[in-house]
Write a protein that binds this ligand. Structure first.
Ligand code: ADP
Ligand code: MG
Length: 334
């Protein structure tokens, strides 16, 4: 009798432990912090090391913010903007790598995405308290410094600004770059599935937690003030980055001025697009190209896509009449 009891208690203990393990596996943990000027959240499966991994992710974000921010006077990028016109400045591999890629994408997009736009961005200051509509001659003047040719890379680690007034702004690509860095970090830690959301710049790693299903990612309704979903996409192992005219703006004399600027005219982009979402495994490309497509407009973006083979990507264009077009209807959940 006592033998049987013993045998059963061992059995129950075993089942109990198994249940505990599977309960643990079935939980995901998320952390949300305000970093890089926006709300960032990362969600991964719970494990013994999940807290440590999340700590590392947020440290990585903070470290990279100190390098890439155009709004922090002490960042490495600000040092380049302030001093790289006197002589070439040696920079970190991250900054060098991102400026190099930004230059390449600027050339590919005929400067629709333009990292040399810093002076113009500061002139408008959209998203900050002192945003204003600049004088026409101020805009004309700023446009003489926005050629990407003014950014020169020397050797393997130096940046030189050929014009004293050329300033680099990586705001349209940095969040994508950070998302890719986090994906690499998570993969190194053997994390198989995760959602990274850096202020709407999303990466879904692997399949939905504890399933073999794709993730469902909603695109926000660009017209609604609320967080209504315009449409949902079914995805795995990819990034979705949206650039829209509704996120950062100010209103002056009844006119809305938003934060994506056309470096040909010097003014906020004006066409029939309200947002562009790019779906691409490289979040860096997705971010830069979402901005570029918003600037180019629908037709030019399609032409660009015909000749672009660096990355496989899909796009959802949302128009001001509430309709949308996509390069891949199969991604959309109906
Ligand atoms: P968000 O910052 O809302 O994610 P974007 O990725 O489109 O949106 O980046 C917009 C930011 O990029 C602006 O706030 C500005 O700093 C910078 N920017 C504005 N226009 C351009 C442009 N044509 N090319 C490159 N950067 C731009
Ligand atoms: Mg962008």
């Amino acid at each position: 009798m006592s033998y049987i009891l013993k045998k059963y208690s061992v059995y129950f203990l075993f089942v109990f432990i198994l249940l505990c393990i599977s309960c643990q596996e079935k939980k995901a943990v998320s952390r949300t912090e305000f970093v890089i000027g926006t709300i960032c959240s990362i969600k991964i499966p719970e494990s013994e090391s999940s807290d440590r991994i999340l700590n590392e992710c947020f440290s990585e974000l903070k470290n990279l913010e100190l390098i890439l921010s155009a709004n922090d006077e002490n960042s490495e990028l600000s040092k380049v903007n302030n001093y790289a016109c006197d002589r070439p400045i040696k920079v970190s591999s991250e900054l060098y790598e991102l400026i190099k890629l930004s230059k390449k994408i600027a050339v590919q997009t005929n400067e629709a995405f333009n990292p040399a736009i810093g002076q113009l961005v500061k002139l408008w200051n959209i998203g900050f308290d002192n945003a204003k509509v600049p004088e026409k001659n101020e805009i004309k003047n700023a446009l003489t410094f926005t050629s990407v040719d003014n950014i020169e890379l020397k050797g393997e680690s130096e940046v030189f600004l050929k014009n004293r007034n050329t300033k680099i702004d990586l705001g349209a690509i940095a969040k994508g770059y950070l998302a890719d860095k986090l994906v690499r970090l998570l993969k190194d830690k053997n994390v198989k599935s995760a959602i990274i959301d850096l202020g709407g710049n999303v990466f879904v790693l692997g399949k939905k937690f504890f399933t073999s299903n794709n993730w469902k990612v909603g695109l926000r309704d660009p017209k609604a003030d609320s967080n209504d979903v315009f449409l949902s996409l079914e995805l795995s192992n990819t990034s979705v980055v949206t650039s829209g005219i509704y996120e950062r703006f100010f209103i002056k004399d009844g006119i809305r001025y938003h934060h994506v600027l056309d470096s040909k005219t010097g003014y906020p982009v004006k066409n029939n697009l309200v947002s562009v979402s790019v779906i691409c495994e490289s979040s860096t490309y997705a971010d830069a190209l979402a901005t570029a497509f918003l600037v180019m407009g629908y037709e030019k973006s399609l032409n660009f896509l015909k000749n672009f083979s660096d990355q496989k990507l899909d796009v959802v264009f949302i128009f001001d009449d509430g309709t949308y077009k996509t390069t891949n209807e199969a991604l959309i959940l109906h």
